[in-house]
Design a protein around this ligand. Structure first.
Ligand code: CTP
Ligand code: MG
Length: 231
């Protein structure tokens, strides 16, 4: 029997509207490289992936200019309308290579501070799991349920986690869950597609430096974290 393999999938076809920059945020410069180069080189240097399938917008002029786009472990797929469409497209691009039982780690291009520690911790925590799971962080702030500017109540924080990436699921069940959920706007991460199937993905506590670059101030924060990371 073939041993189970690991593949990374990187959705990188967003426009970065909230970043309000002159180009998609994955192509902004951060500590001497673009955001997406940091992300991809960190995934590649984790040393566990057969290949990294990257979903890129078909109108993207920046991607072919990057050396990493020609890396022999990088596969380019066409991006889709929503993040879930981009992930599904990247999964389809490796359908002749991956087995249903292989593990897929989906990681946002916009999270360049991902560490090998977090990748290996996620893999080690879930290797024997039937479903898979995600890196997540508990919330430090008190959380309010609000309607029309007024507080209706306080949520029980112990049950609330913030979903990060990578999110790790089996190739076959992830692809099927995304196909069934296609067009459903409630599917904002991979776990939600599996939850819709009645499955219960696991939570693995991630590092707080694995931030997603979303707004302009996040670039300086990512640079700060990179300067202070030692793995
Ligand atoms: N993404 C994608 N395909 C889409 C939309 C998003 O591959 N149709 C990717 C983004 O490139 C990013 C990740 O999904 O790496 C997380 O999405 P988000 O942070 O929301 O990025 P954007 O959609 O680009 O940003 P915004 O929502 O501010 O426009
Ligand atoms: Mg978005």
């Amino acid at each position: 029997m073939d041993s189970v393999k690991f593949w990374a999938v990187v959705p990188a076809a967003g426009v970065g509207k909230r970043m309000n920059a002159d180009r998609p945020k994955q192509y902004l410069e951060l500590a001497g490289k673009t955001v997406i180069e940091h992300t991809l080189y960190r995934l590649l240097s984790a040393g566990v992936f057969e290949a990294v399938a990257v979903a890129i917008s078909i109108e993207d002029p920046y991607w072919p200019e990057l050396e990493v786009s020609a890396h022999d472990k990088v596969i380019t797929a066409a991006g889709g309308k929503e993040r879930a469409d981009s992930v599904l497209s990247a999964l389809k691009s490796i359908r002749d290579l991956a087995s249903d039982n292989d593990w897929i780690l989906v990681h946002d291009a916009a999270r360049p501070c991902i560490t090998s520690t977090d990748i290996h911790f996620l893999i080690d925590s879930l290797a024997d799991d039937a479903v898979g799971g995600i890196l997540a962080l508990s919330s430090h702030d008190t959380l309010k349920n609000v309607q029309s500017g007024s507080i209706l109540g306080t949520l029980d924080r112990s049950h609330i986690w913030r979903a990060l990436t990578p999110q790790m699921f089996r190739y076959g069940s992830l692809k099927l869950a995304l196909e069934i959920a296609e067009g459903n706007p409630a599917i904002t991460d991979e776990a939600s597609a599996l939850e819709l199937q009645g499955l219960q993905p696991k939570i693995v506590e991630g590092r707080p430096d694995n931030i997603k670059i979303t707004r302009p101030e996040d670039l300086a924060l990512a640079q700060f974290y990179m300067e202070h990371q030692h793995d």
